[in-house]
Design a binder for this molecule. Structure first.
Ligand code: HEM
Length: 85
Protein backbone atom coordinates (compact mmCIF):
# COMPACT_ATOMS: atom_id res chain seq x y z
CA UNK A 1 0.00 0.00 0.00
CA UNK A 2 1.31 3.44 -0.91
CA UNK A 3 1.73 5.92 1.94
CA UNK A 4 0.11 8.53 -0.28
CA UNK A 5 -3.23 6.70 -0.33
CA UNK A 6 -5.86 8.01 2.08
CA UNK A 7 -6.83 4.86 3.93
CA UNK A 8 -8.02 4.42 7.50
CA UNK A 9 -4.67 2.81 8.31
CA UNK A 10 -2.69 5.76 6.96
CA UNK A 11 -4.99 8.30 8.61
CA UNK A 12 -4.60 6.45 11.91
CA UNK A 13 -0.80 6.75 11.63
CA UNK A 14 -1.15 10.45 10.78
CA UNK A 15 -3.46 11.10 13.74
CA UNK A 16 -1.13 9.21 16.11
CA UNK A 17 1.91 11.14 14.88
CA UNK A 18 0.02 14.41 15.10
CA UNK A 19 -1.10 13.94 18.72
CA UNK A 20 2.32 12.62 19.77
CA UNK A 21 3.68 15.98 18.62
CA UNK A 22 0.76 17.93 20.12
CA UNK A 23 1.49 16.44 23.56
CA UNK A 24 5.06 17.79 23.29
CA UNK A 25 3.96 21.25 22.19
CA UNK A 26 4.19 23.84 24.93
CA UNK A 27 1.15 25.79 23.76
CA UNK A 28 -1.19 22.98 22.71
CA UNK A 29 -0.48 20.14 25.14
CA UNK A 30 -2.33 21.55 28.16
CA UNK A 31 -5.69 21.72 26.35
CA UNK A 32 -5.52 18.01 25.57
CA UNK A 33 -4.04 16.91 28.90
CA UNK A 34 -6.81 18.76 30.76
CA UNK A 35 -9.50 16.92 28.78
CA UNK A 36 -7.95 13.54 27.92
CA UNK A 37 -4.93 13.11 30.22
CA UNK A 38 -1.28 12.73 29.25
CA UNK A 39 -1.22 8.99 28.44
CA UNK A 40 -1.99 8.34 24.79
CA UNK A 41 -2.32 4.62 25.56
CA UNK A 42 -5.32 5.24 27.84
CA UNK A 43 -8.84 4.23 26.84
CA UNK A 44 -10.00 7.84 26.54
CA UNK A 45 -7.11 8.69 24.20
CA UNK A 46 -7.67 5.54 22.12
CA UNK A 47 -11.30 6.61 21.68
CA UNK A 48 -10.19 10.11 20.68
CA UNK A 49 -7.70 8.73 18.14
CA UNK A 50 -10.34 6.42 16.61
CA UNK A 51 -12.86 9.29 16.54
CA UNK A 52 -10.40 11.62 14.83
CA UNK A 53 -9.36 8.91 12.35
CA UNK A 54 -13.05 8.47 11.46
CA UNK A 55 -13.43 12.27 11.30
CA UNK A 56 -10.61 12.71 8.77
CA UNK A 57 -11.74 9.66 6.77
CA UNK A 58 -15.24 11.14 6.52
CA UNK A 59 -13.87 14.57 5.56
CA UNK A 60 -11.53 13.17 2.92
CA UNK A 61 -13.92 10.64 1.38
CA UNK A 62 -17.16 12.61 1.70
CA UNK A 63 -18.72 9.68 3.57
CA UNK A 64 -17.83 7.61 6.61
CA UNK A 65 -18.54 6.78 10.19
CA UNK A 66 -18.02 10.16 11.87
CA UNK A 67 -21.43 11.53 12.78
CA UNK A 68 -20.44 13.98 15.53
CA UNK A 69 -20.42 17.74 15.57
CA UNK A 70 -16.94 19.07 16.27
CA UNK A 71 -17.87 22.66 17.06
CA UNK A 72 -19.62 22.19 20.42
CA UNK A 73 -16.84 20.29 22.28
CA UNK A 74 -14.35 23.04 21.43
CA UNK A 75 -16.64 25.76 22.74
CA UNK A 76 -16.42 24.10 26.17
CA UNK A 77 -12.62 24.05 26.34
CA UNK A 78 -11.56 26.67 28.88
CA UNK A 79 -9.10 29.26 27.57
CA UNK A 80 -9.28 28.11 23.93
CA UNK A 81 -9.55 31.27 21.90
CA UNK A 82 -7.46 33.04 19.30
CA UNK A 83 -5.63 35.05 21.95
CA UNK A 84 -4.50 31.83 23.70
CA UNK A 85 -2.40 30.65 20.75
C1 HEM B 1 -5.81 24.57 19.18
C2 HEM B 1 -6.79 23.95 18.53
C3 HEM B 1 -7.54 22.75 19.07
C4 HEM B 1 -7.58 22.24 20.34
C5 HEM B 1 -6.86 22.71 21.60
C6 HEM B 1 -8.48 21.10 20.29
C7 HEM B 1 -8.81 20.30 21.36
C8 HEM B 1 -9.71 19.26 21.34
C9 HEM B 1 -10.09 18.47 22.49
C10 HEM B 1 -9.51 18.63 23.90
C11 HEM B 1 -11.03 17.60 22.08
C12 HEM B 1 -11.74 16.56 22.95
C13 HEM B 1 -13.05 17.19 23.39
C14 HEM B 1 -13.88 16.26 24.23
O1 HEM B 1 -13.67 15.03 24.23
O2 HEM B 1 -14.80 16.76 24.91
C15 HEM B 1 -11.24 17.81 20.67
C16 HEM B 1 -12.13 17.10 19.89
C17 HEM B 1 -12.20 17.18 18.52
N1 HEM B 1 -11.46 18.01 17.72
FE1 HEM B 1 -10.22 19.48 18.36
N2 HEM B 1 -8.95 20.94 19.00
C18 HEM B 1 -8.38 21.91 18.23
C19 HEM B 1 -8.57 22.09 16.87
C20 HEM B 1 -9.25 21.23 16.05
C21 HEM B 1 -9.31 21.32 14.61
C22 HEM B 1 -8.61 22.42 13.79
C23 HEM B 1 -10.06 20.29 14.18
C24 HEM B 1 -10.46 19.89 12.80
C25 HEM B 1 -10.23 20.57 11.71
C26 HEM B 1 -10.50 19.55 15.34
C27 HEM B 1 -11.31 18.44 15.31
C28 HEM B 1 -11.81 17.79 16.41
C29 HEM B 1 -12.82 16.74 16.37
C30 HEM B 1 -13.46 16.16 15.11
C31 HEM B 1 -13.06 16.36 17.68
C32 HEM B 1 -14.05 15.30 18.16
C33 HEM B 1 -15.40 16.01 18.39
C34 HEM B 1 -16.50 15.02 18.75
O3 HEM B 1 -16.60 14.65 19.96
O4 HEM B 1 -17.22 14.57 17.85
N3 HEM B 1 -9.98 20.14 16.46
N4 HEM B 1 -10.44 18.81 20.26
Amino acid sequence: MLNTQITKENLNKLVLTFYTRVLKDKELASFFIEKLGADMKSEIWQKHITLLTDFWYTISHGKGEYKGSPFAPHMQIKGLNKEAL
